[in-house]
Ligand binder design. Structure first.
Ligand code: GLN
Length: 506
């Protein structure tokens, strides 16, 4: 039952073939048997039992278990951002998107693990330890023996495993392993699409402004969007419809409708104009991913879509532009964590206020966060402001204009890979520093945030080594539905076999 989609279990509950309580019991058992993957920072099973009792059968989500990344505020539940800085933080309110899920009858399984403050792309930079990818993972708790995984680079054995991707790796693993049927992530440069791609599930980053960021602890306010992780495109569309819409608490939300009726049963791509950005045929793109990309593009063409090469000439500047804008907004956002008003406070009585700030921030933030604060303050110095921050804003505009031009020329959606390759083994991934990793991992996902566009990652096949390969469909602003229908067509025609961990239950 745990490998079913959200819609499938919802149907079973609504037609009284299963009860929401039985479903919750199974999800909790599963969460316990896959605990070694480290997907959750806080489990809220007791709360889930009380919520499932209250969720009326007629409510839209009728007691469906969900998970929430630990950078969304949740009332009376710790919200840590994967950081020591927020170790003891218990928000008095719910983020708007969390509230909308809960009032629709969803049941909260817990808060998921993540890179500290969402800065990363592997979910290995968390105070609570790394998240592990369930694909090819040999569970200690299962009857099977030692952990041996194979990678193209050669076998990695002993204690190695594949990364889950990030920064919303906990949410992706929570969904892929069947501990819940949908999860919230956040997406600033790819953090929802990247882990979804490595874990073989759907990761949706909706149009900027369609979802409220109220209660989402910010990374880069002008790029952050709540993300949705589910097993199918239909599930993602359903959750998007429930949580989208104007929020008086977030002035960047708009009332523009996403026209989110259910997706077409049999979506058609006839006459759809699909662009293939030539700059995305990037150095480092692995052969298997390129082939999957070509095969899907060919299949779309055969089905009547008009597929053509397009150009997004400023793509190569996106990562550097991002790292400047990100550092600047981080420097300003993180200023609130002073150990007095907010956040972890260092011990000791004989410190000046300055040293208390410094010591608390040194202890509370990891090296990645501190590095970005440092860089951001440098870029924002009066003498540097024009050269870096203002210049980056101009380049951001050029990147965004690239998309506007392509869409203006009649393209409906773009098709690209989500990542350069399949998930790397932890031993290999952890050798590079956070900045290098981000430059490689976010290449295809990050420009989309610069332009505020919607994008969705969908798994299409397994690599020779048995790991998911995913593609990304990018839509026009507020045309999320067209994009999702295209993604659904791809999903139906590639027929990706979801991860099945039912053997853990026996
Ligand atoms: N990998 C990028 C970073 O480290 C993006 C992260 C995200 O989307 N939250 O900043």
């Amino acid at each position: 039952m745990l490998s079913l989609s959200l819609r499938e279990v919802l149907h079973l509950i609504k037609t009284e073939q299963i009860s929401a309580r039985d479903l919750l019991k199974k999800c909790i058992e599963r969460a316990t048997s896959v605990r070694e993957l480290n997907a959750y920072i806080t489990e809220t099973h007791e709360l889930a039992w009380s919520q499932v009792g209250l969720a009326p059968g007629k409510s839209e989500l009728a007691g469906i278990p969900i998970a929430v990344k630990d950078n969304f505020c949740t009332r009376n539940i710790p919200t840590t951002c994967g950081s020591k800085m927020l170790d003891n933080y218990v928000p008095p309110y719910n983020a708007t998107v969390v509230d909308r899920l809960l009032t629709s009858g969803a049941v909260l399984m817990g808060k998921t693990n993540m890179d500290e403050y969402a800065m990363g792309c592997g979910s290995i930079d968390s105070r609570y330890g790394p998240v592990r990818n369930p694909w090819k993972y040999k569970f200690q708790s299962s009857a099977r023996s030692s952990v041996i995984i194979q990678s193209k680079e050669g076998p990695t054995s002993g204690g190695d495993w594949y990364i889950a991707g990030g920064s919303s790796g906990g949410s992706a693993v929570a969904v892929a392993t069947g501990t819940c049927f949908g999860a919230l992530g956040s997406d600033t440069g790819g953090s929802t699409r990247n882990p979804a791609s490595y874990c073989g599930i759907v990761g949706l980053k909706p149009t900027y402004g369609s979802l409220s960021r109220y209660g989402l602890i910010p990374l880069v306010n002008s790029l952050d969007v709540p993300g949705i992780l589910t097993k199918t495109v239909d599930d993602a569309a359903l959750l998007l419809r429930i949580i989208a819409g104007r929020d008086v608490n977030d002035s960047t939300t708009v009332s523009e409708s996403l026209h989110l009726t259910d997706l077409d049963d049999q979506p058609s791509v006839k006459g759809l104009h699909i662009g293939i950005p030539k700059e995305y045929n990037a150095p480092g793109l692995c052969g298997e991913t390129r082939r999957a990309w070509e095969d899907v593009a060919n299949a779309l063409e055969t089905a009547g879509a008009c597929v053509s090469l397009v150009s997004l000439p400023h793509t190569q500047y996106s990562i550097n532009t991002y790292s400047i804008l990100c550092a600047c907004e981080v420097a300003s956002n993180m200023a609130r964590y002073d150990g007095i008003e907010f956040g972890h406070r260092a011990e000791g009585n004989n410190m000046s206020t300055e040293s208390l700030y410094a010591q608390s921030r040194h202890e509370g933030f990891n090296e990645v966060v501190r590095g970005r604060i440092f860089a951001g303050n440098y870029f924002l110095l009066r003498k540097n402001y024009r050269r870096y921050f203002q210049q980056a804003l101009k380049v951001r505009r050029l990147i965004s204009d690239d998309f506007t031009k392509v869409y203006g020329d009649g393209v409906d959606v773009l098709l690209t890979p989500t990542t350069l390759s399949v998930a790397l083994p932890y031993s290999k991934f952890s050798m590079a520093d956070n900045r290098t990793r981000t430059a490689e991992q976010d290449y295809f996902t990050q420009p989309i945030n610069m332009a505020g566009l919607p994008a969705v990652s969908i798994p299409v096949r397994l690599s020779e080594s048995g790991l998911p390969i995913s593609l990304q469909v990018v839509g026009q602003r507020f045309k999320d539905r067209v994009m999702l229908n295209t993604a659904k067509w791809i999903e139906m025609n590639t027929n990706f076999q979801k991860l099945n961990l039912d053997y853990l239950d026996s």
